[in-house]
Ligand binder design. Sequence first.
Ligand code: NAP
Length: 307
Amino acid sequence: MTALRIVLLGKNGQVGAALQPRLASLGNLSAHDRTTCDLGDIDQLRAVIRAARPGLIVNAAAYTAVDKAETERDLCHRINAVAPGILAEEAKAAGAWLIHYSTDYVFDGTKPSPYTEDDATAPLNAYGRAKLSGEQAIISATPDHTILRVSWVYGAPGTNFATTILRLAGEREELRIVADQCGAPTSADLIADMTTDLARRFILSGAEHRNAARGRFHLAPSGHTSWHRYAIELVREARRQNWPLTLSEEDIVAITTEQYPTPAARPRNSVLDTAKLRRLLGFDPPPWQASLKDFISRLYPLQRKGH
Ligand SMILES: NC(=O)c1ccc[n+]([C@@H]2O[C@H](COP(=O)([O-])OP(=O)(O)OC[C@H]3O[C@@H](n4cnc5c(N)ncnc54)[C@H](OP(=O)(O)O)[C@@H]3O)[C@@H](O)[C@H]2O)c1
């Protein structure tokens, strides 16, 4: 029997790097970064998929510079809206299943409770609008897709809120962090684990199981927090692990969104209701704090080497 051919795009991103070894365990993996498959180059994108003739495509590549997207709208749209549609067309032609990632930024954050997959979308920024268009392009091009909406992602390698706070906690005596936006910090490893589990059990195990994996799903750990409380948790854990810090938890000051203006507006509520995915996979994700300890301990040697 020939091994399943899998194409991964964005192999060096936070989620892509976590996916690589896991997807390699499922089949014959061909993993790409932007040098071998630039999502801005439609001809190259089509050629890569046609040459690979995959059974599964996982798209972890995206334009993720949320603030910069406000001034690079065309580029962001090309990568996050147009390319996923092309990918979906090629997936359909190849008879492949497409797994794609989207974002909590498709919502405006005004709902007082966690967002479900059926809630109305209303993105506040250019990145969120492009990601939503990408979802819609996929849905129109092929029924054989799984769209996983994730939020507040951290992974190594990567530059994210956690790595930034840990760096600044070794340089500054005070940090002012937004306390009125809430979400669930999500490790790239959790996303990769749940993606692989879903692929193995529902997409690769026969046509009769696939229907359950079709559509949009919210993927997040359990619980939620604010950026401010997240920063405190990071510093507390780094202190436990004897990082040389220049501040402590009390030096992290809570501020409002208005006190920290950014080019792109962000939703106040980014909390995703994961009941649909929990029902499908049959387990509850761990609390958001669970993988922070391990992440920080893996980061420490890298940080010291100046990576
Ligand atoms: N990070 C978050 O907090 C967050 C939140 C919600 C949703 N998401 C979604 O989750 C998914 C994974 O995000 P992530 O955190 O892993 O992002 P990431 O670390 O920024 O990785 C994105 C990857 O996409 C690649 N890429 C960018 N432009 C490309 C292009 N034109 N052609 C080919 N590759 C390109 C990047 O390559 P380079 O390294 O060469 O730039 C990078 O490897 C994305 O769909 C993202 O929208 C992320």
